[in-house]
Design a protein around this ligand. Structure first.
Ligand SMILES: O=P(O)(O)OP(=O)(O)OP(=O)(O)OC[C@H]1O[C@@H](n2cnc3c(O)ncnc32)[C@H](O)[C@@H]1O
Ligand SMILES: [Mg+2]
Length: 199
């Protein structure tokens, strides 16, 4: 079955492709080119549904019917920062912020509070659209965020995030750890269960 990812995030696309090795998983840009989707909803679920729905409808307009569209809206939440950046994780440091910019912003927020380490959690909401029906699942990953970046693995906030049960950041840990324990892999395991029922 062809799975089209309603994502432009290279790190996510790579993770989804590794998590579904037996499926043809491609980024929507390979079919539709570059498209900016305004993530103006007030929840991970709202944005995930909007991204999946938008791409699904554009594929149908192109006559591409027999596809499953999967989106992911995700982010890091830090309780001591009132759960910021949350759904604004991609643009924590501003509209066209890079991962580096966002990490610097998070570091400065922690330093303003004199914190080297504080609890944090990742949330992923996956929306799946198939035959015009929308399904959503969530996954979470708990741990701590630190005021420095360690390691090159993963993407986004990973170099600052130490998962519960580990003493290194996701930037330092092998990708197998995310494959097993991440918010995204947990949500995708549920999404695959949904696919088993609807296909
Ligand atoms: O919307 P798409 O096209 O999927 O790409 P995006 O990067 O904009 O994705 P989101 O809107 O879901 O924003 C996610 C933000 O949270 C960060 N993030 C999400 N999952 C992450 C993970 O597994 N590890 C590190 N950072 C993550 C990521 O770097 C983004 O800044
Ligand atoms: Mg986004």
């Amino acid at each position: 079955m062809k799975i089209v990812l309603a994502s432009a995030n290279k790190g996510k696309i790579a993770e989804f492709q590794k998590l579904m090795p037996d499926d043809e998983v491609l980024a929507f840009s390979e079919i539709l080119g570059q498209i900016e989707i305004d993530e103006d909803q007030d929840s991970f679920k709202g944005n995930a549904v909007k991204k999946a729905r938008t791409i699904y409808d554009l594929l149908i307009e192109r006559g591409i019917k027999d596809v499953i569209v999967i989106s992911d809206d995700s982010g890091i939440s830090v309780p001591v920062l009132n759960n910021a950046p949350g759904i604004y994780s991609a643009r924590y440091a501003g509209l066209n912020a890079s991962d580096k910019d966002n990490n610097e912003k998070l570091k400065s927020e922690l330093n303003n509070l004199g914190l080297e380490k504080t609890p944090a959690f990742y949330t992923a909401c996956i929306a799946l659209v198939y035959k015009n029906e929308v399904y959503t699942v969530h996954g979470w990953m708990h741990g701590d965020v630190i005021n420095k970046e360690l390691g090159e693995n993963g993407f986004g906030y990973d170099p600052m995030f130490i998962p519960t049960g580990f003493d290194k950041t996701l930037g330092e840990l092998p990708s197998e750890v995310k494959k097993e324990f991440s918010h995204r892999s947990k949500a995708l395991k549920l999404a695959i269960k949904v696919l088993e029922v609807i296909l």
